[in-house]
Design a protein around this ligand. Structure first.
Ligand code: 5AD
Length: 374
């Protein structure tokens, strides 16, 4: 463990990481361990400065549509894992999904995220293809559409891209082989997930990944590796948040002794370090932060995040889509969520990029992206 606190070593490491000068795993681990107080304040302030310069003090909102909790995976941390018999499984109809997208569009959110459990059957693939066309037709092609539907073949990714999906989120969850295996004993192939990120890039998506933070057995060295992976994989978007136990999962036992405050601090430090390594990426301040802290999302923005994904799913479906204990805003409808967010963002002196798709500047610097620039 490195020495902690706001000392000369911390300051010089921060300056070097900011400059992108020979950044090592140890450097990042040192920053991630910044304790609450001056060290953490300075880390977040520097990341905020980089964010302000690179992407502005503008928050982009993505309306999150949790479309189905049917999942073929059995991930040890996730509340909607296949073996959890205590979940009422649902899949929204095409009409309900399009209604969510239209709601987001009316609210002025420039973008939606369709998220659901992983399925690879032909019926599902065709369903999503159809939904994409319907959403575009119902919103005059004014929304950027992100999919978050797990691992698929390159052909499926191509089909969805051709049907109008612009972006794809696929978290690695962890880049460490042993941890990956411990989390996904039924599907232990970390490389197949990484390959999906390459497929997505080849198919012309804006690509997002991320990890969970504070997993059992995960160290700051692991997280530092994750950060280097984000940089080396050259992704456009990052979504990550603290791990939170879910009672009906194999990792549910970690609820005893769970230190939510530490998870939040580590989550914020991860956001700050990501901003330093990928200055012009879109970085989400995620719901899991909000689940552990009543100002979690704002703190994420102040540590370098610039994207929030408010739920636009009909309230009655929210309870069945619980990935972890204590999901926030279960009773709140989409309009209430919007009002609260508006006020919270104004309070920290930022504005919302209403009506804008909010592409990551990073993605727009790539070749062959003209289609996505409007
Ligand atoms: N705690 C925090 N995040 C979780 N996810 C799933 N289960 C949990 C949990 N228990 C995250 C995963 C997944 C995303 C949709 O939700 O990172 O990719």
């Amino acid at each position: 463990m490195s020495s902690r606190g706001y000392n000369a070593e911390f300051r010089s490491t921060l300056a070097r990481v900011r400059a992108g000068d020979n950044v090592t795993r140890d450097d990042l681990a040192l920053l991630l361990e910044a304790p609450e107080g001056e060290a953490q304040d300075v880390l977040h302030a520097v990341a905020y400065e980089v964010k302000s310069r690179e992407v502005g003090r503008v928050v982009y909102l993505r309306g999150l549509i949790e479309m189905s909790n049917v999942c073929r995976r059995n991930c040890n941390y996730c509340g909607i894992r296949r073996d959890n018999r205590d979940v009422d499984r649902f899949t929204l109809t095409a009409k309900e999904i399009v209604a969510g997208a239209v709601r987001a569009h009316k609210f002025g959110y420039g973008s939606v995220v369709l998220q659901g459990g992983e399925r690879q059957d032909p019926g599902h693939i065709a369903f999503i293809t159809d939904i994409l066309a319907r959403i575009h037709a119902a919103t005059r092609h004014e929304l950027a559409i992100t999919l978050s539907l797990g691992e698929q073949t390159e052909e499926t990714y191509r089909r969805w891209r051709e049907a109008g999906a612009h972006r794809y989120l696929l978290r690695m969850e962890t880049t460490d082989a042993d941890l990956y295996l411990a989390l996904h004993p039924d599907d232990p192939d970390r490389e197949s997930r990484r390959r999906c990120l390459d497929f997505l890039r080849d198919e012309g998506y804006h690509v997002g990944t991320g990890v969970m933070i504070g997993l059992p057995g995960q160290t700051t060295q692991h997280l530092a590796e994750d950060l280097l992976f984000f940089r080396d994989q050259d992704v456009d978007m990052i979504g990550m948040g603290p791990f939170i136990p879910h009672d009906d999962t194999p990792l549910g036992g970690h609820a005893a002794g769970f230190d939510g405050d530490r998870q939040v601090q580590l989550g914020l430090n991860m956001i700050a370090c990501t901003r330093l390594l990928l200055p012009n990426a879109n970085i989400a301040s995620t719901t899991a932060l909000q689940a552990l802290h009543d100002r979690g999302r704002e703190l994420g923005l102040l540590a370098g995040g610039n994207v929030i994904m408010p739920n636009v799913t009909d309230t009655k479906f929210r309870a069945a889509y619980q990935l972890y204990n204590g999901k926030p805003s279960l009773q709140e409808n989409a309009a209430q969520t919007r009002l609260k967010l508006d006020a919270a963002i104004a309070r920290i002196g930022e504005t919302i990029g209403y009506g804008e798709k909010g592409h990551a500047p990073r993605a727009l610097t790539r070749r062959n992206e003209t289609v996505l620039k409007d």
